[in-house]
Design a protein around this ligand. Structure first.
Ligand SMILES: [Zn+2]
Length: 350
């Protein structure tokens, strides 16, 4: 892709965040959702990517789900729901807040209730269509349709050729920009939390979330051997993000493996070498479906196709920059092009 195209894309995105009008945090959520879906969905051969408003709505719910809980405000003796709108509270927040208690605040439980899930999606879908979708690409009064053509009335957007690739290439950078702008918005519109350091973790989750449920499922399926060195784990196994949280922050079941705490911390934020990748692919090929049902039974988030695409994206991007992968202990080596074969990719994605 033309470097000039990428520079223009980033420049426009930066303008949007700096100058676009943001009455609610929806535009941040929309950009975040589009960026994530570019990784989790397959692009057309001509570089376009069509996203339905329902796919965006599902991502919105993923993002806002944790944010509608009470923010623990130190010293104030009360909890509060963060304001995400300049006027009355954002409608998505109210909707999710009403639903949550019925599902013990666990999103996978809502998703496993088809009727309730459909109804939540349709509420959020309406908001997305009225609020941010056709207004996102406007600065002042001026539309700049550089991501997709505004087409009110339809239930989808089609990202223009090259746009999905930009989102994939600069995913980390874009997410940081969007999240910082989102955090600034929250600070500006919520008195008393200006000093809070916990805000980032509260809004976007943290690597050290409680992963005990995943540990139990993986112990059943993979046993007590370390995924990386294959030796027995005597103490409590660590739940490792195979694609590190730092590269793509998500807690989807198939991305987890059990490891020694030492192996886990040696691997750190690196991608694992090709042999580990092929082990991961094999585990999810042979036991993926059983894992899916076990995760579902425990009400744990999982999405095998998305996990596979995230892996393809992460290794593809690393290969582009000639990066190193972690082998064992302190051993690293350059990622070879063999990785795609170890993932069982034969020119097709999925
Ligand atoms: Zn180990």
């Amino acid at each position: 892709m033309e470097p000039q195209f990428q520079v223009d894309f980033l420049r426009k995105l930066q303008r949007l965040l700096a100058e676009g009008g943001f009455v609610a945090t929806y535009k941040f959520a929309l950009l975040h959702s589009i960026a994530d879906l570019c990784i989790e969905k397959d692009t057309e051969p001509d570089g376009r990517l069509t996203l339905t408003v329902d796919q965006l709505a599902a991502k919105f719910i993923d993002l806002y789900w944790r944010q509608v809980q009470n923010f623990p405000l130190k010293g104030a003796g009360r909890d509060l729901v963060l304001k995400q709108n300049t006027g009355k509270q954002a409608a998505v927040i109210n909707t999710l807040r009403d639903i949550q208690p019925h599902y013990r605040h666990r999103l996978p439980l809502l998703k496993s209730d088809p009727v309730a899930w459909k109804s939540a999606l349709s509420t959020v879908r309406r908001t997305i269509k009225v609020m941010p979708l056709w207004k996102l690409q406007t600065i002042g009064e001026k539309p700049i349709e550089f991501m997709y053509r505004n087409n009110p009335g339809t239930n989808e957007i089609t990202l223009l050729p090259g746009v999905a690739t930009c989102f994939r290439t600069f995913h980390g950078l874009i997410i940081e920009l969007v999240r910082s702008a989102w955090i600034r918005y929250i600070r500006r519109h919520n008195d008393g939390i200006r000093q809070s350091l916990e805000l980032h973790g509260f809004l976007f989750g943290s690597e050290r979330a409680n992963l005990d449920g995943y540990r139990q499922v993986l112990l059943q399926s993979d046993g007590t051997r370390c995924f990386y060195c294959e030796k027995r784990i005597a103490k409590e196994p660590h739940v490792d993000h195979f694609i590190p949280w730092a590269r793509y922050p998500n807690d989807l079941g198939h991305n987890f493996v059990l490891a020694h705490s030492r192996c886990n911390s040696r691997k750190s934020d690196f991608l694992a070498a090709e042999e580990h990748l092929s082990h991961w692919a094999e585990r999810n090929r042979d036991h993926g479906e059983d894992l899916s049902s076990a995760f579902a039974q425990q009400g744990l988030a999982h999405d095998r196709p998305a996990s596979i695409r995230i892996v393809q994206w992460a290794y593809g991007e690393l290969q582009q920059v000639g990066g190193d992968v972690w082998v064992a202990g302190k051993e690293m080596r350059e990622l070879s092009s063999r990785w795609a074969a170890s993932l069982g990719m034969h020119g097709t994605a999925g």
